[in-house]
Every structure is written in C-alpha cells, then in structure tokens.
Write a protein that binds this ligand. Structure first.
Ligand code: FE
Length: 244
C-alpha cells in the first residue's frame, strides 16, 4: 500500500528505494497480495528434468490466425479505444528472438476482467474476452490488436487503483522458460499511485514498463499504436514478475 500524504490531496505517495534490481521483490508490503504468495523459506534449487527442458514447447501450431486480434473474438465489436500493441522480444545483445509465444490478458475498457475473481462493479463487455496470443516472427516481432484497458480499483483496499495495463506472458523453447510482465501506457496519471508498478524500486526499470506511443503503427481511422519491446537480459532488461 502506498503511504499517503497527510492531506489526501494531489501530492504523490513516497516510494523509498529498496533495491536497484530491475525486478520487483517477492514481498512488497504496499502490494498486499505478495504477502500471501511470497516464499516463507529460502528457495531450493531443483534440477529441471529432461521433459521440462525439451517440451512441451509452444509454437505456431498452438495459435490461430486471429488469436492476436482481441477485437474479433465475438460476433460484435468490443467497446473502447482500439489500439495496436507491437514490439520485439530481444536478448541482451538486441537480437530479436523468433518463435516466442507471447500471450496477453487484460481488463476491458471499463476496467473489468472477464473472471469470476473480479468483483469490480464495472460492466462486462459481451464482445470482449481480454485474452490473446501470437508467436514472434523471424525478427522477434509480435503484434496485437486490442482495446485500451481501463483503470480499476483493487476491491477491498482503501482507494487503491491499478493504472491501465496489459499483462504479458512469454514462453521460450520449453515450459520452464516462462516470463511474466506488465505493460503500462505513457502519460497515465495513475502511475505514481499504482502499487505494483512502484514495487520496482529502480526508476529506469519502471520506465521500461511504459510503452511508447507509436505513430508509425497507428492505423488511420482505426487504431492508435503503442510499442513495447521486451528485453530478456542485460542492462536494459524488462522487469519481470518473480514466480517462486
Ligand atoms: Fe491486471
């Protein structure tokens, strides 16, 4: 939970530096749900088995041609601002990684997930499920067509809101090579207040979670473009959610 200023005015909460790591810690008091899922004991190294390293691997066979377009999964069009989200999956040398499955999930334009655990009393959209997938091409590029997600409150907490974001999962060549992160939108006024975004102490790393508005990928009269590159390692690595 962010510390609140004495007057609940427009002042921003203060997030002290805890680490210079790009990645958020397992446990962050202000991000209440980490209290339940952070490991209580030291992690143990378990050698992966052969099947874990060699399969199952996801690829183009697991993806239909329209899975990347979240606006075409139902009979009608979803409500909201159509956007293109595109980028590259890169290694530490800036080389694009092909054949990486990228999956996204998100709230609808009203800030509501189509999930039984979502208690936010905002409307569901019958034409929007909020999940999609694609596989990176030879240059490591991925591309989604979707709806800009709305902000939503963390129900049960005192005026805690999530900035608009899209969750992303990446699968590399085996089941154990999964990474999970979130993408945010430039200029979002909620970013200084979002407890998950601010789990990451490193300012530069936080900025790498914010997509860039991308005029080149805007489709005239159709959709605005955003670019979000995902770097797996190195100085420019994208912060990932740790999963014990
Ligand atoms: Fe979310």
């Amino acid at each position: 939970m962010p510390e609140r200023p004495a007057s609940r005015s427009c002042a921003e909460p203060v997030y002290p530096l805890e680490s210079v790591s790009a990645h958020p810690p397992y446990l962050t008091d202000r991000y209440v749900f980490t209290r339940k899922r952070a490991p209580l004991a030291a992690l143990q190294v378990i050698r992966p088995t052969l099947t874990e390293l060699t399969g199952p691997a996801f690829g183009v066979a697991n993806v239909s041609p329209t899975d990347h377009d979240l606006t075409r999964q139902h009979a009608g069009e979803p409500i909201g601002e159509r956007i293109i989200v595109t980028g590259r999956v890169l290694n530490e040398e800036g080389r694009g990684l092909p054949d990486t499955m990228v999956e996204i999930w998100q709230a609808n334009a009203a800030g509501r997930y189509r999930h039984e655990a979502d208690a936010h009393p905002a409307p569901l959209d019958p034409n929007f499920t909020g999940a999609g997938r694609c596989v990176t091409d030879a240059q490591g590029c991925y591309r989604f067509i979707t709806i800009k997600p709305g902000a939503y409150p963390v129900v049960g907490l005192d005026n805690v809101w999530r900035a608009s974001h899209i969750h992303l999962s990446l699968f590399g060549p085996s089941f154990l090579t999964r990474l999970v992160t979130q993408m945010y939108f430039p200029g979002d006024a909620l970013l200084p207040y979002d407890p998950m975004f601010n789990c990451i102490a490193n300012e530069g790393a936080r900025q790498r979670l914010i997509a860039a508005f991308d005029w080149e990928n805007t489709i005239p009269e159709q959709a605005l473009g955003y670019r979000f590159d995902i770097v797996l390692r190195g100085r420019e690595e994208t912060p990932m959610e740790k999963m014990p």
